[in-house]
Design a protein around this ligand. Structure first.
Ligand code: PEP
Ligand code: MG
Length: 885
């Protein structure tokens, strides 16, 4: 509380604040001071600091000095303006507005024309020679004071105003003459008396005090609290109060008021953009009572004021070096600036403005990289709902993969594929997806699941494909028998249109207009600047050459995770995979694996080729084997129909055998069951086949001159012995394949760190592992003890009740899971200082998690292809933020 200074004057050469004082003066107060410092005409006034807000809200009273400082500031204001507060000849009128550190549009309260009462209104009328203007100001003040300070429903005043217009047969407020407005003022005072039980306070100093109290109290009104929660604004910031002498845009036909942006906030185009109203006050523009005119016409209406405005907006942009959102008032031809702030803009505009401003020499590349958020990049890469469209959200699930999609509802992957072949757009609706649904997911515009979290199969695969997905939409009930789903009492049949928004998790009935953003060359430019700054590598999670190519085009520097299980589901492979699983002895299993070998080898050749010498991490098979087998119910159906149709005994026997095997493989907790390296240990021939395929693929490409260092990754290791034993086998296979092929090259064997025990014993694991990749999906699951697939049932409630700040499967829990990652890195490097460490869980493409990863010393992040640009930008911003702190 430096010097116990609570009130800062602005508006002339004695201005006490500046724009670096936003924490104390709020954004509006600091920028008003800065404009005054720049010699830009600002109606004089003073700012009461955010510290006062906090003291007042805590204690309910003001420190003694505050009242004195406010009184002195009013006296100074009287001196500077030559008017007097409460005077009946030349009254000083003021506005009282909130102004937090960051702008919270419309969230808190404003009172204009304060200081008017039954006497000063006469003074105002005499001084201006404008009776109508004086009473117009008075009735506006009574409305605002009644609404904001006295908490009377705005509607009460509005209906009296409408009734008056109706009686007089007029439409516009501006058509009301002085006597009508005078009568209205009387009616408004009566409303106040009736609603509060006391008279409207005539004493201006009392009005001022009450208005200041109201603005401070508005910091804690419900809509401000909600806005803060949604925008991560801490409650302890408080708001400042700006008390400013009034200027009038409603003084006649040479007066007006407007809002404008120094560049187009939708496209980023360099053109002055805004609107204004003649003979009006600020709230008329904002409230949309009258239709404002485009700013370009001001040039003809008031050319001199327009020229001054043009000069000022250039000056402001040059000074703040960013697009500004300004408010101005013209009082009888004289221009005043009421506000300037950094303008909010669309993602496309943010990108264009950042790149243009570097080209114009206004900012440097480093600054440009901070001007676009990774979330905005995300929006630029996916279609979104048209912001003009009107729709009702039927149900909400998890925002599992961004972007919006429209299509006809289908319930099976096969149907999705059929419809897509017939050029129909479909949304695949499933209880949950399984790897068998891949084809249908690929064919669909978007995916909706009833169950499953942010790292469920649907979410992971959809993100990989860059397809919108809403997961875990629990209020949807699918009835396969009638080919329909329902949400409460609404039924949606197969073939009906729905729209999903994977950025918000919304399910909407019918077709909503979509907007497809164009990815411009500016994105490449900005990301190339980000690449110059970032220190951490960005790889991709990809298991097909197509996805790998998409990721490379987005700037991926290698593959950090190839989930080989996704390769086992191809139509041409599944019979051999099933044969392999159902095999009763090793020989039969090996024979089945031999069939898969050439296909796997081709898979790896495809990936290596696309990556053309960049690192490729191939993870050996991870999921439980039963995922590759048909479901019990499907088999039971088949058996029933075979028996009914008197099918062959051998076929019936075969199906029964499969059923037995399927049943024997059922696990209570498959996520914690027979998967990962546990599979490799119990069925070593599976990993042997995969390693042979990797090494053979590399040998073949090496022979063609390509430089490849394959990275073989073992999943779900918890004890170093698991890795040691698996690695021994693998190395033997790799060496023997190289000897066979007469080819020698380096390869790495590393591991996923995705179980707490692995992180805690990473020093021991690093004795064997040549690299680590943190599987933060499983690590989150096992650290919290939350099932990846079922957490959707309770996590939304956790987040709504602030038990957790966000879904830990989407945003890394830095305090818990992050601590394990930190421990894992430290311990790993204590054994093997140069060990390469990355992260390949879904957090690898989430901005805050990427930044955290940089700060704890990761070498790279790996994420789905469409998140590569996001990770590149976030990684660069992490460097800048670290340097700036
Ligand atoms: C992980 O667990 O974070 C991971 C990348 O592996 P998966 O999602 O395939 O289990
Ligand atoms: Mg995992």
């Amino acid at each position: 509380m430096a010097d116990n200074k609570f009130v800062y004057f602005f508006g002339n050469e004695e201005t006490e604040g500046k724009n670096s004082m936003k924490d104390l003066l709020g954004g509006k107060g600091a920028n008003l001071a800065e404009m005054a410092n720049l010699g830009i005409p600002v109606p004089p006034g003073f700012t009461i600091t955010t510290e006062v807000c906090l003291l007042y809200l805590e204690k309910g009273v003001y420190p003694e000095e505050v009242i004195d400082q406010i009184n002195n500031a009013v006296i100074k204001l009287e001196k500077v303006t030559g008017k007097k507060f409460g005077d009946t000849e030349n009254p000083l009128l003021i506005s009282v507005r909130s102004g937090a550190r960051v702008s919270m549009p419309g969230m808190m309260d404003t009172v204009l024309n304060l200081g008017l009462n039954d006497d000063t209104v006469i003074g105002l009328s005499k001084k201006t020679g404008n009776d109508r203007f004086a009473y117009d100001s008075y009735r506006r003040f009574l409305t605002m004071f009644g609404d904001v300070v006295l908490d009377i429903e705005h509607e009460k005043f509005e209906s009296a105003l409408s009734a008056k217009k109706k009686t007089l047969g007029v439409i516009q407020d501006t058509e009301l003459d002085a006597s009508a407005l005078k009568e209205l003022a009387e009616q408004f005072k009566e409303i106040i008396r009736k609603e509060t039980g006391t008279d409207f306070p005539q004493e201006p100093r009392k009005q001022l005090q009450m208005a200041i109290d109201a603005v401070f109290n508005s910091w804690n009104n419900q809509r401000a609290i909600t806005y803060r929660r949604l925008n991560n604004i801490p409650g302890k910031w408080g708001t400042a109060v700006n008390v400013q002498s009034m200027v009038y845009g409603n003084m006649g036909e040479t007066s007006g008021t407007g809002v404008a942006f120094t560049r187009d906030p939708a496209t980023g185009d360099k053109r002055f953009f805004g609107e204004y109203l003649m003979n009006a006050q600020g709230e008329d523009v904002v409230a949309g009572i009258r239709t404002p005119e485009p700013i370009s016409t001001l040039k003809d209406n008031l050319p001199e004021a327009y020229a001054r405005l043009e000069a000022i907006y250039h000056k402001l942009e040059d000074h703040f070096r960013d697009m500004q959102d300004i408010e101005f008032t013209i009082e009888e031809g004289k221009l005043f600036m009421l506000q300037t702030r950094t303008g909010k803009r669309t993602a496309a505009a943010a990108l264009k403005i950042a790149v243009d401003m570097v080209n114009e020499g206004l900012i440097d590349k480093r600054t440009a990289v901070t001007r676009v958020s990774p979330e905005q990049i995300d929006r630029l890469l996916h279609p979104t709902l048209d912001s003009q469209a009107e729709f009702e959200v039927l149900a909400t699930g998890l925002p599992a993969s961004p972007g919006a999609a429209v299509g006809k509802v289908v319930f099976t992957a096969e149907h999705a594929e059929e419809m897509a072949k017939a050029n129909e757009k479909v949304i695949l609706v499933r209880t949950e997806t399984s790897p068998e649904d891949i084809g249908g997911m690929d064919a669909a515009q978007g995916i909706l699941t009833v169950r499953g979290g942010m790292t469920s199969h649907a979410a992971v695969v959809a993100r990989g494909m860059g397809k919108p997905c809403v997961a875990g939409c629990g209020s949807v009930t699918i009835d396969m028998a009638s080919c329909a789903f329902s949400v409460s009492d609404v039924t949606i049949n197969e073939g009906d249109y729905v729209t999903i928004d994977g950025s918000t998790g919304s399910l909407i009935l019918g077709e909503v207009e979509l907007v497809t953003p164009g990815v411009s060359g500016e994105l490449d430019t900005l990301l190339s600047w980000a690449d110059e700054i970032r220190e951490m590598g960005v790889r991709t999670n990809a298991d097909t050459p197509h996805d790998a190519q998409v990721a490379r085009d987005f700037g991926a520097e290698g593959i950090g995770l190839c989930r080989t299980e996704h390769m086992f589901f191809g139509e041409d492979r599944i019979p051999a995979v099933r044969e392999m699983i159902l095999a009763e002895d090793t020989e039969v299993r090996k024979a089945a694996l031999d069939k898969l070998l050439p296909m796997q080898k081709e898979d790896f050749i495809g990936l290596f080729k696309v990556m053309d010498g960049l690192p490729v991490t191939i993870r050996l098979l991870d999921p439980p084997l039963h995922e590759f087998l048909p479901k019990h119910e499907e088999l039971a159906d088949k058996l029933r129909s075979l028996e009914a149709e008197k099918g062959s005994d051998s076929e019936i026997e075969r199906i029964k055998k499969i059923m037995e095997r399927v049943d024997s493989m059922v696990e209570v907790n498959p996520m914690l069951g027979h998967r990962g390296c546990r599979l490799g240990i119990t069925y070593p021939e599976i990993y042997e086949m995969q390693v042979r395929a990797i090494i053979e693929a590399a040998c073949e490409l090496k022979a063609g001159g390509m430089d490849i260092v394959p990275e073989i990754m073992i999943p779900l290791v918890s004890h170093v012995n698991e890795l040691r034993s698996t690695k021994e086998d693998l190395v033997e296979v790799a060496e023997s394949v190289m000897a066979e092929k007469n080819c020698k090259f380096d390869y790495l064997v590393g591991t996923m760190i995705e179980l707490p025990r692995a992180a805690l014993t990473a020093d021991k694991i690093a004795e064997e592992a040549e690299f680590f990749s943190f599987g933060t999906n499983d690590l989150t699951q096992t650290t919290f003890g939350f099932s990846r697939d079922d957490a959707g049932k309770f996590l939304p409630v956790y987040i709504e009740n602030s038990i957790l700040p966000s879904d830990p499967f989407a945003v890394l829990d830095q305090e818990g899971v992050g601590e394990l990652v930190k421990i894992g890195i430290e311990k790993g490097r204590s054994t093997r200082p140069d060990i390469k460490i990355g992260i390949c869980g879904e957090h690898g493409g989430e901005p805050s998690s990427v930044k955290f990863g940089y700060n704890i010393g990761l070498n790279y992040v790996s994420c789905s292809p469409f998140r590569v640009p996001i990770a590149r930008l976030a990684a660069a911003q992490a460097v800048i933020e670290k340097q700036d702190n």
